[in-house]
Design a protein. Sequence first.
Length: 203
Amino acid sequence: MKRLLDIALSLLILLLTLPILAVALLLVRVQLGAPVLFVQERSGRGQQPVRIFKIRTMSDERDADGDLLADGLRCGAVGRALRRLSIDELPQLVNVLRGDLSLAGPRPLLPRYDAWYSDRERRRFDMRPGITGLAQIHGRNSVAWDQRLALDVRYVEQWSLGMDLRILAATVAMVLSGRGVAVDPSAHMLDLDKERELKCVSP
């Protein structure tokens, strides 16, 4: 039932948002050039790698030393608008149709985080990752890592079709309100590996 719901809703949303997606891709092409899609490897179910698709929202601007500028500086007006409205996430519906993602589930994170999960937190890999999840409707980018991962485990342990529907409804409400979106999440919290490395070396 979960997979059928994923396929049916993803197709419906894609059809309804095709004009929005087309305009967004055109704006990105004009402002940032090619490519218009951002492809990144994440850890999926069973910690197997998956390549997720998003609309590109940042330039490749670098400082005098050749290092990429902070996300907030590389994200122009179009990129900020796409992130605020979560339009940049729409291509992940293709990931859902391919079976890489589910509409709801633990968000897929970077492979470099894999070594830093506790045994209990690794339960997040027992289910297909999602475009949205419990952590996202409880604050999106503002949720601390420990709480975020605990919510992922709670999702896996307590999953039901009703839970997925509640998550999706709450996600729509959050997207429409624009709550909890951070253009540059790294400016508000450390990456998981850096945070836990610091905890390991703290006296």
